[in-house]
Design a protein around this ligand. Sequence first.
Ligand code: T1G
Length: 686
Amino acid sequence: MSDDPISSENHGDVRIIWSDNPPVNALGAAVRQGLVREIEAAEADDGVNAVVIACKGRTFFAGADISEFGKPPVMPWLPDVVDRIEACTKPVVAAIHGTALGGGCEIALGCHYRVALGSAKLGFPEVNLGLLPGAGGTQRGPRVAGPELALQMAVTGKPISAQVAAGAGLVDKIIEGDLLEHAVAYAHEVKDTRPLPRSSERNERIENVDPAIFDEFKKKNAKLFRGDVAPQANLETIKAATEMPFDKGVMFERTKFMELMSGPQARARQYFFFAERKASKIDGVDDSVAPREIKRVGVIGAGTMGGGISMNFLSAGIPVTIVEMNQDALDRGTGIMRKNYEATARKGRMTAEQVEGAMGLLKPSLNFDDLGECDLIIEAVYENMDVKKEIFTKLDGIAKQGAILASNTSYLDINEIASVTKRPEDVVGLHFFSPANIMKLLEVVRGDKTADDVLVTAMALAKKIRKVAVIAGVCYGFIGNRMLIPRQLEAEKLLLEGATPAQVDKVHVEFGMPMGPFQMADLAGVDIGWHRDPSRIENIRDALCAKERWGQKKGAGFYDYDENRRPSPSDVTAGIIEEFRAKKGITETREISDQEIVERTLYTMVNEGAKILEEGKAQRASDIDVVWIYGYGWPVYRGGPMYWADSEGPDKIVEGLKRQQERLGDTFSFSQLLLDKAEKGEKFTR
Ligand code: T1G
C-alpha cells in the first residue's frame, strides 16, 4: 500500500475520494493533506460534477489522530480541511459507515450532504479526551442538527445512531445496501443543486433559541460537570453558536479548544485512552497464540456474582449453564437475572425479544455434571479456600479436556486453587467487580502455570462481553483490592486519631472519587470479609458488624440511613470509635488536615501500586490506572493513581509518606521502586 492514504477514482462525472488509513481512518497529517489535494483537483477538473468522500476498512474517519497530540502541528489544520471541503464549488457527499466520530463527524459536516448506512453512528467523543470538537463542530453541529442534539452529543460524548442523525437532519439519507453505489447515485441527484447547502451558512436552527435549554441541560446532567472542565467548555461553545456569527463562533471554539488541549485534564484523558488499549496486550505472549473456542460457559453459583457474571455472556449471545445446590437458590438467582434484564428493557436499552433471547440461552441446573459440556467454567461461590479447592477438585473430574477453569475469587491464591487439579495450565482467575453485569473491569489473574492461550482466550472474551481486562499476578487482592487494603487501614486509623468518617469521605469525593472509603464500605457491605463471629471484635468494622451495622442494606453502617438511603453521621459509630480509642489508650484526639488524609490514604495506595509493579504483579503502571478507573471510579481526568503520582511527583509522595511514617506504623514499608523513582526524578507512566 502506498504511503499516501488518500486516493481518488471517477464514477462517470462523480469523483470518489477514498481514505485508506487503518485501523480507523484517523485524520493524521497525510490524510488531511490528501483530502485537500483531492478536493482541489476535483474542483479544478471540468469532467467532475460532484464528489463523494468515503473510507475503506471498518469505519469512516474516527477523528483526529490522537497519537499526534502534543507533537508539533503539521499543516493543514483539521479546521482548514473542513473549511476547504465546505468551500468546494461542487457538491461533496460524505458516505458514512462505522463510526464518524470527532473530526470525522466534522469532516461530514463540512460536506454539503451526508448519507450513511443504517448501522453507522456519529458522535462528538472529544469530551472523553478532555477536549471539544475543534474543527468547527461546535458551530456547524447546532446549525445542522439543532442545538439540543449537538449539546447532548458534545457534552455526553455518546454517539447517536444514523437513524437519530437522520431524524435531526444531520444525515440526509439512510442507505440500505451498497453504500458507495448509493452515495454515487445521491451525488448524481444533487450535482446541479445550487446554492450548495453549506453547514456554516445554515442559521435557521440557531436563531431565537431559548438560552434556558443550556441551564436545564446542565442541571439534568450535573454529574458530568463535577470535576471535569471539558463538559462546561463544550456547553459554552455550543451555546456560542446560538449567540454569535459563525466566524466569531469558530474563533471562540479555537480559544476554548486550545485552553483544554493545554490543560492537565486533557493530557490525563489522552494518556488513559491509550492506557486502556494497552491493557489488552499480554507481555511475552506472541500475537500468533490463538484463543480457545468458547461455545458454552458454565457458572457455579447463582448468587449476586454468579448471576451478574452469567448475564455478561448471555447478553453477548453465549449460552450459559448455571449450577446451584438447591432449587430455591437457582430460582432466586435466575429470577433476579430476569428482573435485571426487564429493568434494562424498561429503560429502553433492550427489547422484550432481546430479554427472552438472553434468558433463552440460560440453562439452570442442579446437576454439577452438566458443566461437562462447557468450554469455560467460572466458580463464583463463597470466598473460602477450602470450598474453592473442593469445587476445583470435582471440576477436574468433570470438565472436558481443554476447558478453562476459572475462579471469580477477589483475593485468594489461584496457584493454590490450581494445585488441586491435574490441569493447572487451564486454571485462571477471572475477578469480576460487583455488580458484575455492570462494572467494566475484569482482572485476569495469571497463575504460575496458566497457559498463554488461556490468557489470550480470557482477553478476547473480555472484549466480546464488553469488559476492560487487565492481567494481574497472584497476590492477596491482586491489583485493585490490594491497593484498597492500605487505604482502608489508614482510613480507620484516622478515625481513632480524631477524623470522622464524613471528613475522610469528603476529602476523597472532593478529589474526584465517586465516594469515600466509608461510603464505599456501607454500599458494598461492611460485612464483606467479616469472620462472622460477633464475639470477636478486633477493629471498628468488627464492632459495627457485631451490631449488624452491615451498611446500606441494613440501614446502618458507618453512617445511619433513612428510608431513601440518605446517610447521616451516626452516634452509634461515634460511640464505637470512642470505645476503641479507650481500648487503644488514645486519650486525646487531634485536628487532622485534609492533606494528611491524602497522604495517609492516597499516597499509601501509590506506594502499594509501586510494590505491585516491582513484584511483577501488574504488567505496567498504566494497567494499575485502568484497574482503579474502571474498578473504583478514580477520576479519569486525573489519569489513575500512578499517572497522578507522576503529576504529584514521586519525590513529593515519598516526602509525604516520610511525614506520616510514625503514624503509618511498623506494618508500613517503602516500595523500593517508588524510592528509586523519587531519587532519580523518574516517572511511572511517561
Ligand atoms: N487516533 C489514533 N488512533 C486511534 C484513534 C484515533 N482517533 N481511534 C482509535 N485508534 C486506534 C486505537 O488506539 C487502537 O490502536 C485501534 O485504533 C483500534 O481502536 C479536532 C480533536 C473508533 C470506536 O475519540 O472511540 O477528533 O491498540 O481498540 O474498540 O474535533 O477506537 O490497535 O494499536 O478502540 O473497534 C475523536 C476514539 C478524536 C474516537 C473503535 N475521536 N476511538 O473502537 O477499536 S479527537 C475519538 C474510538 C478529535 C477534533 C478532535 C474507538 C472506535 P491499537 P479500538 P474499537
